[in-house]
Design a protein around this ligand. Structure first.
Ligand SMILES: Nc1ncnc2c1ncn2[C@@H]1O[C@H](COP(=O)(O)OP(=O)(O)OP(=O)(O)O)[C@@H](O)[C@H]1O
Ligand SMILES: [Mg+2]
Length: 135
């Protein structure tokens, strides 16, 4: 599925529609250049799932966890890492959904992803595309 993203409102609409795919035990890879919109999309996704506080990028923390009413979202960013954290080589547990920015950085992770979302951005026009691929 491909979506053209012209502004923040349209990314919010995609996130709201996509939020029904989010459930425990799935691992989602977010792929795209620096600034393409991976964290922004995750933030709208959490909002759509009922998380009311703002979220911050996990670029430094590596992983942030958010407790929703009936499960946990782990939000990872692998950009700064030199190796794969071992826990990403196993599916998340029955109470956790994992969202991983820069999941394409390590080949070993690819087999453990249930879904990938790729972001492209034309930085001159700020025009963006988002592709959702289910495995
Ligand atoms: N659809 C959009 N329309 C306009 N601005 C956007 C859109 N998506 C993201 N932005 C803006 O682009 C900037 C970078 O976005 P974001 O942090 O989500 O990128 P990222 O892909 O997570 O980058 P990184 O790889 O550094 O983590 C933010 O200031 C955000 O507000
Ligand atoms: Mg980010």
């Amino acid at each position: 599925m491909k979506f053209n993203i012209t502004d923040l409102k349209s990314i919010e609409t995609v996130a709201i529609n996509f939020s029904k795919e989010i459930k425990p035990e799935i691992q989602i890879g977010l792929i795209g250049e620096l600034g393409a919109g991976k964290t922004t999309f995750t933030s709208y996704l959490l909002k759509a799932l009922g998380y009311e506080e703002n979220i911050s990028s996990p670029s430094y923390a590596l992983c942030n966890e958010y407790q929703l009413s009936n499960f946990i979202i782990e939000h990872w960013d692998l950009y700064r890492l030199g190796g794969v954290p071992e826990e990403l080589l196993e599916p998340p547990n029955s109470k956790t959904c994992r969202i991983i920015e820069w999941a394409d950085k390590f080949e070993e992770i690819q087999n453990f992803l249930d879904l990938t979302i790729s972001f492209t951005c034309n930085y001159d026009t700020n025009d963006r595309d988002l592709f959702i691929n289910k495995k």
